[in-house]
Design a protein around this ligand. Structure first.
Ligand SMILES: [Fe+2]
Length: 345
């Protein structure tokens, strides 16, 4: 859906360029260079030819600018020879104008390409920094590096099938990646305790969505993702925490994440349960549709082929983090939850 939207956007921009070139060329060809008054309009129209190369450079980069400038140059050259036959001085003047089209097309085209590539580099550096941060947190809590990245990809798989637009998907991906960043504030003796947390310890543990939210909302490019971090333990029926949000009060990113995280928790070895196979994990998720999870998300989950989950799992497989394939006959027994019937982490 994201690619389709981008394609539609590019087609609309290309249509605007074609329309602009046609209109400017039409008037340029039709309005005569004599008398003097119409010549003034003619000169203004000539300047409007600069617009399409600059717009193409901004929208499509260097390659788009080259194509657009070539079309503009062709229209302009034909007009120059038709309107100024034998007038070599004026033709030279028009050729100078032609060279200017290429300068205003090619230079911004190159600059916009460079800007895009630098922006992509900065985005990659930001992502690598965040991945290093969550890997360190994962190592601290689970002795694995890849849990958060795996859950991010599970969430993005669901977001894609749910039809979430591209821009919202990148926010959801960041939210899923950073969901447990607030656990940095949870003391080791609570976080690393395998089971049997006291009420006071649970209370401490349940502060982590608020802590994560507070941490991320101060960072401009993570402000939207912070909402997902805040709500990643909310449940569809309102029984979650920290705010007890219900139904569509919970952002869609957090509703998608809840199913993805539960799937990961169920299909991973934990101190309190062995890894389930796909079928059992899917059964538990279906069972909690409408209570823990948004039924619409559970429906989408059911339509994703088990092999697609398996591919993500294999991408982020670790020696310490194995769980059986859906058809593996050695699937472990059903776990007993995390002490309060919570199947997410
Ligand atoms: Fe969490």
């Amino acid at each position: 859906m994201g690619k389709d939207t981008a394609l539609k956007g590019n087609n609309a921009k290309a249509a605007v360029l074609v329309f602009l070139i046609l209109i400017v060329s039409l008037f340029h060809f039709l309005i005569p260079t004599e008398p003097h008054t119409s010549h003034k309009i003619h000169i203004i129209l000539r300047k409007l030819y600069f617009l399409p190369p600059v717009m193409a450079a901004a929208w499509f980069g260097l390659r788009g600018a080259i194509w657009t400038t070539a079309v503009v140059s062709a229209a302009f050259t034909i007009h120059a020879f038709l309107d100024w036959p034998g007038n070599y001085m004026e033709q030279a003047n028009q050729l100078g104008e032609l060279a200017s089209f290429w300068v205003v097309g090619l230079v911004p085209g190159w600059l916009f390409d460079r800007q895009r590539s630098l922006m992509a580099k900065v985005a990659r550096a930001n992502e690598e920094t965040l991945v290093a941060l969550v890997s360190a947190l994962d190592m601290r809590e689970r002795n694995t590096r890849l849990h958060s990245q795996r859950v991010r990809d599970y969430t993005l798989l669901l977001a894609d099938r749910y039809g979430v637009p591209e821009e919202a998907r990148s926010v959801i991906g960041l939210g899923a990646l950073l969901h447990d960043v607030g656990k940095i504030a949870v003391p080791d003796h609570i976080l690393l305790k395998p089971s049997g947390l006291s009420d006071a310890e649970w209370e401490e543990m349940r502060r982590h969505p608020d802590e994560g939210f507070r941490l991320l909302q101060r960072i401009d490019f993570l402000r939207e993702a912070a909402e997902i971090v805040h709500d990643h333990h909310e449940r569809f029926d309102g029984s979650g925490y920290p705010r007890g949000l219900k139904g569509e009060e919970i952002p869609i990113g957090a509703r998608l994440f809840a199913v993805a995280d539960a799937f990961d928790a169920l299909t991973s070895n934990r101190p309190y349960h062995s890894a389930e196979g796909y079928d059992e994990a899917a059964r538990v998720i279906r069972e909690k549709s409408g209570s823990d999870f948004d039924p619409a998300v559970v429906e989408v989950f059911g339509k994703v082929d088990s092999a697609e989950w398996g591919r993500i799992r294999e991408r982020y497989a670790e020696k310490t983090q194995q769980f059986p394939l859906p058809e593996d006959p050695n699937s472990g027994p059903k776990g007993e939850g995390q002490g309060e019937g919570d199947i997410v982490d």
